[in-house]
Ligand binder design. Structure first.
Ligand SMILES: C[S@@+](CC[C@H](N)C(=O)[O-])C[C@H]1O[C@@H](n2cnc3c(N)ncnc32)[C@H](O)[C@@H]1O
Length: 217
């Protein structure tokens, strides 16, 4: 399973940014047809808007991917201490090209299901477009919670099932087979139940088949 994920992201690393940011006509069409037109750029804007521009605490970005959405924000948060973690060395290498020069940003190759950090280490854990890719979601939820300080914020967005038949078909028959997504996936209700076990002040929204939320430990 782990190698399937590494291979999938190795093979897609050159087209990944274009697809997610709708950088060409084909990716625009793909998003319109299969993702009800949900704009990942807009969701990223909303999610990153939850983090103050003068944030000076500690933040874990897991998975950082190529840092296509987070590059500008992380570069500006010079008083923060940011850790970028990803399982794929290929994706991480691209994030390093974007952000490697900054002293306040560290990069770690690792597994979200077995994070190499002590308990209660971060003020914010951010997970953009990660949980639909993580193979062991139970461990991913417990590990991201473990490394978050009490009172810290968990902020995330990812695919949930049950919102669109065509998106669910694509995820099941193509994206999961290729290794970009890994089942099982949650419905919105299932996700709410998980979050309620770990967090309070849950503010949850959906846009097409993407859920985005912030909550407090
Ligand atoms: C869809 S990308 C999202 C990247 C980035 N956050 C974004 O929004 O562009 C999913 C990422 O999850 C990473 N990933 C998959 N399984 C992982 C795991 N067990 N631990 C850490 N990262 C993982 C993949 O390598 C890939 O870079």
């Amino acid at each position: 399973m782990a190698d399937k994920i590494k291979d999938a992201y190795e093979s897609s690393k050159n087209i990944y940014d274009d697809v997610l940011t709708q950088g060409n006509i084909f990716s625009k069409l793909y998003i319109k047809i299969f993702w009800s037109g949900t704009d990942d750029n807009e969701i990223a804007r909303r999610i990153l808007g939850c983090i103050p521009d003068d944030f000076s605490g500690s933040l874990l970005d897991v998975p950082v991917g190529t840092a296509v959405f987070t590059e500008k924000k992380w570069a500006k948060l010079e008083n923060a201490k940011i850790t970028c973690l990803d399982y794929s060395t290929d994706m991480l290498a691209q994030a390093k090209v974007r952000l490697g020069e900054y002293k306040h940003i560290d990069f770690i190759q690792g597994d979200v299901g077995n994070l190499p950090m002590p308990d209660e280490n971060y003020d914010i854990v951010l997970s953009m477009n990660g949980f639909h890719a993580f193979p062991d979601k139970k461990k991913a939820f417990s590990e991201t919670n473990r490394v978050l300080k009490s009172g810290g914020e968990f902020i995330a967005c990812f695919y949930i099932k049950g919102k669109s038949k065509i998106t669910d078909w694509l995820v099941k028959n193509i994206l999961s087979r290729k290794g970009w997504f890994t089942p099982p996936f949650q419905t919105e209700e299932e996700l709410k139940n998980i979050l309620e076990k770990y967090y309070s002040d849950i503010n949850i929204n959906t846009d097409g088949s993407i859920v985005y939320f912030r909550c407090k430990k």
